[in-house]
Design a protein around this ligand. Structure first.
Ligand SMILES: C[S@@+](CC[C@H](N)C(=O)[O-])C[C@H]1O[C@@H](n2cnc3c(N)ncnc32)[C@H](O)[C@@H]1O
Length: 199
């Protein structure tokens, strides 16, 4: 049976990969491997989001669908006073995201969670939610990321999502407009855009 990167309990034999990401003058080591998204290198969309996300120095930030944790770790490195949380439904991703926090010497809260199902999210909201959403899991899940994020964002906070505009991104922007009443674009490059909705 094919196992996707968004499988909760990957059964594939774990083949480890390690690579380094050089972003915003930072060198970040990533432990990755089979059963995850973008196994061998940083995804173009994730890089674009890290480089262009609008973050204030002491923000509380959630990397929703964190994979091996690159977005959250990079944000914590760039903004050391931020309070960064990350979550993923894939328990292998969660394990590696925790390892990667240790390897890169950052303290973040990493949770296994089906979107916001983890009880620690019950009364928790964030200034900023960042996501490179799981298109392969289907639009319905991506829409749920947007709908549920609305309830976990502080007043004046924002949801910032990266996506390939002509391959599904446009519909995410529409959904963000429907849920938040506004949807703008922070940047666009090589077919990818970063959408932002403010609360
Ligand atoms: C496109 S990947 C991005 C991974 C990582 N943020 C990165 O930039 O490399 C989307 C991630 O969303 C996760 N995901 C899929 N469905 C989810 C769900 N229901 N709840 C939480 N995370 C989910 C996947 O396991 C995957 O790691």
């Amino acid at each position: 049976m094919t196992q996707h990167y968004f499988t909760e309990k990957p059964k594939s034999v774990f083949k480890k990969e390690i690579f380094q990401v050089n972003i915003k003058d930072l060198m970040i080591t990533i432990n990755s491997g089979s059963g995850l998204f973008s196994i061998k290198d940083l995804d173009f969309g994730s890089k674009l989001l890290i480089e262009n996300a609008k973050i204030s120095a002491k923000a509380t930030v959630l990397d929703l669908g964190c994979g091996y944790g690159i977005i959250g770790i990079a944000i914590k490195k760039i903004y050391p006073d931020s309070d960064v949380w990350m979550c993923d439904v894939n328990e292998r991703a969660v394990k590696l995201a925790k390892e990667n926090c240790t390897v890169n010497n950052v303290q973040c809260t990493v949770l296994k969670s089906n979107i916001f199902s983890n009880p620690l999210f019950r009364d928790k909201s964030f200034d900023i939610i960042l996501s490179n959403p799981p298109f392969s899991a289907g639009k319905k899940i991506c829409f749920q990321f947007i709908e549920q994020s609305f309830h976990h964002i502080n007043k004046n906070g924002s949801l910032q999502i990266v996506a390939p505009h002509n391959k599904g991104g446009e519909s995410l922007k529409k959904k963000m407009l429907e849920v938040f009443g506004n949807a703008g674009e922070l940047t666009k490059k090589s077919g990818y855009r970063i959408y932002i909705s403010k609360k």
